[in-house]
Structures are given as C-alpha cells and as structure tokens.
Design a protein around this ligand. Sequence first.
Ligand SMILES: *[C@@H]1O[C@H](CO)[C@@H](O)[C@H](O)[C@H]1NC(C)=O
Ligand SMILES: *[C@@H]1O[C@H](CO)[C@@H](O)[C@H](O)[C@H]1NC(C)=O
Ligand SMILES: *[C@@H]1O[C@H](CO)[C@@H](O)[C@H](O)[C@H]1NC(C)=O
Ligand SMILES: *[C@@H]1O[C@H](CO)[C@@H](O)[C@H](O)[C@H]1NC(C)=O
Ligand SMILES: *[C@@H]1O[C@H](CO)[C@@H](O)[C@H](O)[C@H]1NC(C)=O
Ligand SMILES: *[C@@H]1O[C@H](CO)[C@@H](O)[C@H](O)[C@H]1NC(C)=O
Ligand SMILES: *[C@@H]1O[C@H](CO)[C@@H](O)[C@H](O)[C@H]1NC(C)=O
Ligand SMILES: *[C@@H]1O[C@H](CO)[C@@H](O)[C@H](O)[C@H]1NC(C)=O
Ligand SMILES: *[C@@H]1O[C@H](CO)[C@@H](O)[C@H](O)[C@H]1NC(C)=O
Length: 835
Amino acid sequence: MAIHPPPMFVIIIIIKILFLSLSQISYATDTMTQSTSIPDGRSLISKEGTFELGFFSPGSSSANRYVGLWYKNIPVQRVVWVANRDNPIKDNSSKLIISQDGNLVLVNQNESLIWWSTNITTKASTSSLVVQILDNGNLVLRDEKNNNNNNSAGESSFLWQSFDYPCDTLLAGMKIGIDKRTGLNRYLTAWKNWDDPSSGDFIDILELTSNPETIFWKGSTKYYRTGPLIGGESRGTVGLRNNPIYGFKYANNQNEVYYMFTIKNISVISIGVINQTLSVRQRILWVPETRTWNVYQSLPLDNCDVYNICGANGYCTIEGSQTCRCLHGFKPKSPDLWNTMDWSQGCVRSGNWSCGGGVKNNDGFRKFIGMKFPDTTNSWINANMTLEECKTKCINNCSCTGYTSLDPIGAGKGCSIWLGDLIDLRFAQDGQDLYVRMDSAYIDAKHGLRKKVILTVSITVSTVLVMLLALSCVYVTKVKCKVTKVETVLTKNEDQGEDEDFELPMFDLTTIFKATNNFSINNKLGEGGFGPVYKGTLQDGQVIAVKRLSRNSGQGSKEFKNEVILCTKLQHRNLVKVIGCCIEGEEKMLLYEYMPNRSLDSFIFDPDQSKFIGWSVRFNILNGIGRGLLYLHQDSILRIIHRDLKASNILLDNDMNPKISDFGMARMFGGDQIEGRTSRIVGTYGYMAPEYVIHGLFSIKSDVFSFGVLLLEIISGKKNRALTYHEHDHNLIWHAWRLWKQDIAHELIDDCLIDSCSLPEALRCIQIGLLCVQHVPDDRPNMTNVVMMLGSEITLPQPKEPGFLNQRVSIEEKSSSRSETPSLNDVTMSRLNAR
Ligand SMILES: *[C@@H]1O[C@H](CO)[C@@H](O)[C@H](O)[C@H]1NC(C)=O
Ligand SMILES: *[C@@H]1O[C@H](CO)[C@@H](O)[C@H](O)[C@H]1NC(C)=O
Ligand SMILES: *[C@@H]1O[C@H](CO)[C@@H](O)[C@H](O)[C@H]1NC(C)=O
Ligand SMILES: *[C@@H]1O[C@H](CO)[C@@H](O)[C@H](O)[C@H]1NC(C)=O
Ligand SMILES: *[C@@H]1O[C@H](CO)[C@@H](O)[C@H](O)[C@H]1NC(C)=O
Ligand SMILES: *[C@@H]1O[C@H](CO)[C@@H](O)[C@H](O)[C@H]1NC(C)=O
Ligand SMILES: *[C@@H]1O[C@H](CO)[C@@H](O)[C@H](O)[C@H]1NC(C)=O
Ligand SMILES: *[C@@H]1O[C@H](CO)[C@@H](O)[C@H](O)[C@H]1NC(C)=O
Ligand SMILES: *[C@@H]1O[C@H](CO)[C@@H](O)[C@H](O)[C@H]1NC(C)=O
C-alpha cells in the first residue's frame, strides 16, 4: 500500500500550531529584571512551578485583559490575585515593566498609559530591582542587592508584595489584619461576579475592637461576624476549628493584629475565597482525582448567623428553621412586629430593673449555656481576670449588662464585659457560657435551691448515621448542618429524692374562682380531654389556663398531687409549663401557663388561619413536637407516654412555638406502667395506633403513630378522620399512602403551602409521617430517629403499609361501645375495656 503524502493544509495547520505554541511559550523564569518586560501572552512561573503570573480574561469575557496570578499546576484556571482588577485593559498590547522610579507597572505598548502600578516610593537604589513570583503565590518586588530579604527584625524586606493587597482569595501564609505601625489594612474584597474581578461590595475584614473579630460586610451592612479570635477553636467560630487540612495563627501585639493559615500537608491545595453571589467565605480544596474544587467549609453557617437577626437581647436558634427568642427576663420591644417575625427591634427588659435606677444589690446574673460570643463592639476585656473577678467587675457598674470568660476551654481565663445591649446572640454548637445581668426576680424563683442542668442527650444510632452526620457537620458545611444535639433543660432539686421539699404551688379554690370569674363561660377556652379549660388572671396579673378535671378521676388527692409534682418537674421548651394545682374536696385543677395562640388545630384546619402559617412555621412546629415527645419518651426523669397526642393538644406560644399539653394525664388518671396493657383506653380515635385501639397495647410506638398522624395533618391541613377524601380513602393515612404509592405524594400538601414550602423537604416529611404510621409497631421509628430524620438529610427507608387500613369496621364497632359518646370525633375518650 502506498503511503500518501499528507495534504498541504495539514502541514499548514501543523506549522500554525507550532508557531502558535512557540509564540505563547512562557519564559520559564520566576524573575523579571529592569531590562526585561512581560508582554501580554508571556508569563512568570514560580520556581517549583506552582504559580503563574500572566495576562488573562476572566470567565466568559474576552474583551477585558487583566494581570493575575493562578495555580500553574492544576488544569482549571483559578485566579487568586488580580493586579488591575478595577482598571481592565481593552487590548492585547500592554506589558509589565519595572519603571524608572522603581515600581512594577502595567503600561500600554508605547508606555504612555499606566493601567496599574505598585505605587511605592522606593528609597533603595533603583538599578538592582527584581520582580519575583514565589512558590507560595506571593508576587514580590525586591532589591537584589539586599540578598537575604530579611531586615533586622526577621521580617520581610520586600519593597512591595502582593500578599499585602489581597483580592478575594486567602492563600496560606497571607496575613489578614492591620499593621498598627503603617496603618496598612489587609482584607478580602469579592469579585463582582465570575466574569468581573472588579471590587464587589462583599468584604471580609478583621475589625480592631477591644477583642478583634472578623466581620463580613455587604455594602454598608454588617452581615456576619465570626466571633473573636482569642481562644481560637471555640465560640462558634467554625472556620477556626481544629481540622486535618490547615492550621490557624492569630496574633495581636503592639505592632500588628492579624490571622493567617498554614497548610498542614504541602501536597494539599486549599484556599479561602469569598463569593459575593453567595455571600459566603468558603474554604475550598482541590481534588486532583475529580479535577474540581470542593467546598470544605462555608461561613456563615445558617440563617442564625446573619448579623443581629434577632435584634438586641434576642437570640436565634435553629429548630428545623430559624427562630428568634428573647433572653429570659426580656420581652419583645415591639410585640406586634415580633409576632410578624420582624425581630429587628429586639428585646427589652421585662419588669423593673433596679440597677437602671441605680440600685445594685437587687441584681444578679443568669447563665446562658452554649451562646455565640456577642458582638464585641461595646465590650471591655482583661486577659488576666478570673471569672469571679469578672463578675465583680460587672456587678459594680450598672452599665455592665453581662460577662463571660475569654477562654471558655480549660480554666476559663480572662474576662469580657459588655456595656450596653447584647448584640448578635445565637445558640451555637461551640458556644460558651454567657452571664447576663438581670433583676434577681428573673434569676431564681426558688431561693437558689434549683440548679440548671443541661443534659446533652447523645443519640444512639447506627455507626453509619453517626458517620454521615459527622461528615455533614465537619466536611460538608455547605449543606446546612442541622444540629442534632438535643438540649434539655430540666430543673431539679439539688438533693435527690427531695419530693417533700419540692414546692408545688397550691392554689386555693377561692383564688381560682376569682381568677376565672367563677368559671365564667366567657373565660372558657375549650373542652379538652379530662375536662374544660378556662382562662384566668391571677391577682399579680399573671395569665393562666386552668384545667378543671372531671371528678371521677378515680385517684386520691395524695396520688394526684404526686403526679402533678412529677409533671411540674418536666420542663422542656416544647411542653406546656405546669404552674401549680388546686385540690379541694372533689375539685382537682391544674394550672398551666397561658398560650395566647391557642392550639394547633385552630390554625391548620381553619381555611382562613392556615394561610398565616407557612411552611417554615409548620416545619418548626413539627420539629418542636418531635423534640417535646422525645423528651417525654427518653430524656425526662419519668419516661412518659403521652397517649393522647393530637392537634388540639398542641398549644402555640407567641412565637408559634409548639408546646405539648396534657402530658402525664394518663398517669394522673391511672398510674400506669411504662409499657403494657391497660384496662383504660385513653386517647382520641384517629390518632390512636391500631394495636392500642384493638388490643389495648400501648408503648412509645403508639405515640409515634399519633405523631405520624399529626405530621400528615400539619402538612395536608386536613383532619385524619374528616370524611372528605377520595372515595376509597377512609382517612388521611389511607389517602397519604395511596398518593405515596402512586408517586404523587405532593398532592397531599396543603394548597396554601405550595408557595412557601420546599418540595423535597415536604415530601421527606410525608415519608417520615408514613414511617411513623406503619402497621407493625416495631417497624415505626422511635422519636430519636424521627427527630434525626427531620433534622438531617439521612436517607429514609421506604414506608410499609400503614396501620388502620383494613380495621375500619372493627374500630367503628369498638367506638359504639363507648360509655360516653363524644359528639366530635376529636374529643379524647377514656373507656373501660371489656376484658
Ligand atoms: C487577546 O488575546 C486573547 C488570547 O490570547 C484572545 O482570546 C483575545 O481575543 C484577544 N483580545 C483582543 C482584544 O485582541
Ligand atoms: C501611544 O499609543 C497610544 C495608543 O495606544 C496613542 O494614542 C498615543 O499617541 C501614543 N503615544 C506616543 C507618544 O506615541
Ligand atoms: C499612588 O498613591 C498616591 C498616594 O499614596 C495616590 O494619591 C495615587 O492615587 C496612587 N496612584 C495609583 C495609580 O494607585
Ligand atoms: C529570614 O529570617 C527568618 C527568621 O529570622 C529566617 O528563618 C530565614 O531563614 C531568613 N531568610 C533568609 C533568606 O535569610
Ligand atoms: C460564586 O459561587 C457561585 C456558585 O457556586 C459560582 O457560580 C460563582 O462562579 C462564584 N463566584 C466567584 C466569583 O467565584
Ligand atoms: C499528604 O497528602 C498526600 C496526598 O494527599 C498523601 O499521599 C501524603 O501521605 C500526605 N502526607 C502526610 C504527611 O500526611
Ligand atoms: C416596678 O416598680 C414599681 C415602683 O418601684 C412598683 O410599684 C411595681 O410594682 C414594680 N413592678 C413590678 C412588675 O415589679
Ligand atoms: C496580665 O499578666 C501578665 C503576666 O502575668 C502581665 O504581663 C500583663 O501585664 C497583665 N495584663 C493586665 C492587663 O493586667
Ligand atoms: C462603667 O464602666 C464604664 C467603662 O469602663 C465607664 O465608662 C463608666 O464610667 C463606669 N460607670 C460607673 C458608674 O462606674
């Protein structure tokens, strides 16, 4: 076979390619002298070939030319520094030179126009200047005669270095902060967008307060603060936590204040970068295998990190979604705005504050655990004081509103006090104890006998789940990490077994009559299980809810009192607080805190009201109920099965936080054991698990069933037992199951949620609901798992067939044998089982 000579055009192409690549070949040098220049198309490469300095056009634009620095040794161009970011060149004919006056300048071809200049006044002899690109990505201008590049102090004697003029990228070894001697302030300024490196208005800057911290600014708005840098790894400053990738250094001395990071393994490429589009600072990591930059960390972490989102003296907490609360002892400054979720006005002290009037001795401090270090602007610090000295310092000055330790780890050294409102508070995973000054009336009602105990409930799950969570917390902070640490504050006597000493506020009947206006019908809030509920106002102005229990509770006064005492000990933010009780003769009454927003059913089942509770509120409610129930099941001292969980037993506080009511009723009325068979069925049809209705078997899994029903109701806005479903669907569970099987579960979602909800989140909730109502109790998750499923993105199992599908007839049969026939299917019933 004859070999044909290549056609002419192929040869031309080959020559062209050769010519092009020759013309674009880089000078394989890292240094430029005064006799050379770098025109567009040429570049400098650092000694080890790590970084390249040259001309580029960012993103998809090709009109603008910039001089910049990027990684030479990775295939995706990532520009880490730009010289003329705010002054783009419009053609390809400019060049970098060292000018007569000793500056590195970017000029046009005939040197008549300066695009950019290092703009320094050089004192050194101008004949021996070189520009060099170092392997750490620092572009430097130095005097070659001054060979060791060190001055007497061991500091760099570069005439100029690009590390002093950061753009949006933080490289290892680069200082961010202020040189107090020269006033040089190094901070990061974002690119406007991927195509435009000019200075955006998103800035990451170290602010020089008494206790310097990093602030992100969006224009003139403070957007996020990391918390102070002393003590490094704590106080919610996630970016500084100990990690395998990088080390962190912070210095604050008379010369300078700065931080910088170092890479632990030099073969790892990792940088910090701020992004205006996303309003974040990300730590990204080059992954050679996938040839991508992966996000390793991202700040701010979540919505609670948004600066001062809850206003002064308010704090932010993530419970499914983000919510604001006032610190204990404070109330919303503008309740109307606060209730519409505009928290910006913050909180003011409730009641009198004598120190405001100059009386000091009426004051004390209340400890808040796990708080992010508040804004340091109006703070004062002393690194040597102990916590006790700190307290004394604060109490003696009425302007002082709170104090904390500077170094919460270890001995708790150092003191920071605040003068004025506490700003930008949140619960944080690595937060610390914050002591807030308040009138003693708000500190301890019970002569200091009580002690706050924080139980950190470690959730037992399979190793896989733990690892998944750990991964999502530590590595993938881009994905919101929902904190799964369940904090339970429970107040208990310092001495164990001191029930006799426990003061259960007992109210006499006359007080209650007075408070409720003789149980006036106007004061009646509703008819719950076990009896009617009235609104009442005590003489001191406190508004309460009084539950007048039906007389035939079958329990003696002493037993009853004991049960009530136990219930007052159950304290959780998602349980209604029991204030006291009243026992006189046949009358037994329970006093609760009053919930102005009444119960959940009045919202979700009401076509007008339901519009006002959007997805985030409902999701928050779901999470709250889950946590409350988890507390009852596992974390409380009693391990209580609620047995009558339903929408009308979920009360809502001012901020629409759910509070479970009527817990412990089953105990009060029967003294049942934890798990077993009961002779008395307490519960509400529609919410009761099949095994409970049919066989009287109850367990924590029957509560899980009720929770599942409640969950489906909250999402659908429909009652389980309303008879308005598809003709084949007897109830909501059936309906949800059918839609799920047909893969159209989204049809279950309440119409008024369509705009506000995140569909994947809502579908996930439906799946969790279906898991909870599975027929076999052992298949249902427990509340620990439910709370975790709601709060994380772990993969969910496929639900099996729910309970109640085929038992409809038998239920109706059972219902007809009720001793009292409730008019509504919603009324709690208790009946004797004919066994
Ligand atoms: C400059 O050069 C780059 C690449 O060498 C090219 O993409 C661009 O079109 C040129 N721009 C002008 C204005 O000539
Ligand atoms: C230099 O070039 C610019 C255009 O690039 C031209 O306008 C200017 O007149 C030139 N100056 C000299 C001194 O040649
Ligand atoms: C150089 O610095 C001087 C004063 O420090 C300033 O006024 C001038 O605008 C700067 N020039 C450039 C090109 O940055
Ligand atoms: C500069 O000073 C530092 C600290 O004193 C020293 O470790 C380094 O080797 C010096 N560099 C040169 C080039 O002499
Ligand atoms: C900011 O992040 C977005 C989303 O990841 C990305 O598309 C964009 O290019 C980033 N901007 C810059 C300037 O890196
Ligand atoms: C550094 O990273 C490389 C590549 O990831 C790895 O092979 C090497 O073992 C690491 N070195 C150390 C000391 O961890
Ligand atoms: C506040 O102080 C005033 C006067 O000292 C007193 O009359 C009033 O009862 C106090 N209010 C409360 C809620 O303590
Ligand atoms: C703290 O103690 C150190 C050493 O004990 C001392 O040098 C320093 O001056 C003290 N600082 C203050 C603010 O008292
Ligand atoms: C409280 O402390 C601040 C700051 O140290 C001080 O300015 C103020 O005078 C002090 N007030 C009193 C009453 O001591």
